[in-house]
Design a protein around this ligand. Structure first.
Ligand code: SAH
Length: 362
C-alpha cells in the first residue's frame, strides 16, 4: 500500500518512520510513502501557500491552487470528473476489462498536469537533501514512483462490500481504483480502528495536512472522499494527525505485524467469529476483542513493587486464562469506555459476567 502526504512541512515526518514496526514496513516495502511539499506547487517568488480568509477573521487559510495541482500531479481528478469517467466506462462495458470498474481508466487530466508533474519530481529532489535513513527510504520509494505520477496504478477492482456504513469510505464515488483522498480536519469524522482496517485494505491513501485556520473548503468539496479527525481537540497542523493515521493503518497491512493475528486480539479488535484461526484447532489463550478494550499484560518479574502477577496467568491452563482475560477486558471497558459495550460483540457468557461485575459495585 502507498501513502501520499501533502504538506507544507515534509521535514516533520523525518523521524516518524525510523523506528520499530513502521521502519520495518518501509524497509520491506510492504508500505511506501510519497512526501509532497505543497510549496513545490506554487508559482510565485515567495512560494505562497496561504492567504487571508474571505469574510475576515483571524489567521490564514491554505490556498486551493497548490493543493489541487499536487493532487492532479498524483493523477487525482476532482470527484465529479472521476464519477463521469467511471460512468463512461460502465456505459461502454466492452471497452476494456468488461464492465464495472476498469482499473486502467485514466483520470481526467487538466492542462498543466505535465508542469505539475515536473514540480512534483522537483519536490522529491528537494526532499532528497534530508540525510536520515528513513528519509532515504522515502526517497527510494519515490524514485520507484517517479514517472508514474500521472498514471493510475493497476489494481483489482474497487468493490469492497464489507465497508462499514458509519463513517465508511464508500459513501462517495470511488476516485481511482482503491485510492482514497482524506482531509485531516478537527471537523472530520472520528478516526477509529475499524477505519484503520479499511484503509489498510486500500492501495493508495492520500492524506492532506491542513495548517493555520485550515484548508480552503473547495478542496474538500472537489477532491476529498473523507474528512478525518483523530480526536476532539485542535492541533496546529494535520501532520501529526497524518502520522497517527499512518501508524495505526500501516501496522494492519498484511505482513507488517510479526504475529498476523495480533491486530485482531488487541483493543478494538474484531469478534471471534471473524477470526479465521479460531477454528483451526490451535490452542489460543485469547479472544478476538470484539470491540472491547484489551486485557492487562504482565511480564517478568512475577512480583514487582509488592504486586504479584495474577495467579491464573502462571498455571498454563489456557481455558482459564482465556476466561480471566475476557473478564478483564469487560472490566476495563466498563470502567474506562462503557460506550464501547453497546457496539461490542458479546456472548451470553460475556453478558452474565458483565452483570456480575456491575452488581459488585452496588
Ligand atoms: N479552524 C480549525 C482548526 C484548524 S487547525 C477548526 O477550528 O476546526 C489546522 C489544521 O490542523 C487543520 O486544517 C487540520 O488539518 C489539522 N487538525 C487540527 N486538529 C485536528 C484533529 N483533531 N484531527 C485531524 N486534524 C486536525
Amino acid at each position: 500500500m502507498r501513502f501520499e502526504i501533502l504538506t507544507i512541512f515534509p521535514g516533520f515526518f523525518a523521524g516518524i518512520f525510523e523506528n520499530g514496526i513502521l521502519r520495518r514496513a518501509l524497509a520491506e516495502e510492504l508500505v511506501t510513502v510519497g512526501m509532497h511539499d505543497l510549496r513545490a506547487f506554487t508559482h510565485d517568488r515567495h512560494r505562497t501557500v496561504d492567504d487571508r480568509p474571505f469574510g475576515g477573521g483571524e489567521g490564514m487559510v491554505l490556498k486551493p491552487e497548490p493543493l489541487a495541482e499536487a493532487l492532479e500531479a498524483l493523477g487525482i481528478a476532482p470527484k465529479a470528473d472521476r464519477a463521469a469517467t467511471i460512468q463512461r466506462t460502465v456505459e461502454r462495458p466492452d471497452s476494456e476489462g468488461g464492465g464495472g470498474f476498469n482499473p486502467r481508466i485514466e483520470p481526467t487530466q487538466p492542462a498543466g498536469i505535465l508542469q505539475a508533474a515536473e514540480d512534483f519530481n522537483r519536490s522529491q529532489a528537494l526532499y532528497q537533501g534530508t540525510t536520515s535513513p528513513a528519509a532515504e527510504k522515502l526517497n527510494g520509494s519515490q524514485a520507484l514512483y517517479q514517472g508514474t505520477t500521472s498514471v493510475v496504478p493497476e489494481s483489482p477492482q474497487n468493490e469492497r462490500g464489507a465497508l462499514a456504513p458509519e463513517g465508511s469510505l464508500s459513501e462517495n464515488p470511488p476516485p481511482l481504483p482503491r485510492t482514497r483522498v482524506i482531509l485531516l480536519s478537527a471537523q472530520g469524522r472520528p478516526f477509529t480502528q475499524s477505519l484503520a482496517r479499511e484503509l489498510a485494505g486500500l492501495e493508495r491513501v492520500v492524506l492532506i495536512c491542513g495548517r493555520y485556520e485550515g484548508v480552503d473548503e473547495r478542496i474538500n468539496e472537489l477532491y476529498c472522499d473523507l474528512e478525518l479527525s483523530i480526536g476532539d481537540y485542535v492541533l496546529s497542523g494535520g501532520e501529526l494527525a497524518a502520522a497517527v493515521v499512518m501508524d495505526a493503518t500501516m501496522r494492519l497491512v498484511p505482513g507488517v505485524l510479526g504475529n498476523e493475528a495480533s491486530g485482531e486480539f488487541e483493543s478494538f479488535g474484531v469478534a471471534d467469529a471473524e477470526i479465521a484461526t479460531a477454528e483451526d484447532g490451535v490452542p489460543r489463550s485469547q479472544h478476538g476483542s470484539g470491540g472491547l478494550l484489551d486485557y492487562p499484560h504482565y511480564t517478568r518479574p512475577a512480583e514487582f513493587g509488592g504486586l504479584h502477577v495474577p495467579e491464573t496467568l502462571l498455571n498454563g491452563d489456557h481455558a482459564q486464562i482465556r476466561r480471566w482475560r475476557r473478564e478483564q477486558q469487560l472490566r476495563k471497558t466498563l470502567a474506562n469506555r462503557p460506550d464501547l459495550l453497546e457496539g461490542a460483540a458479546l456472548s451470553k457468557e460475556d453478558c452474565k459476567l458483565l452483570d456480575a461485575i456491575r452488581s459488585e459495585s452496588h
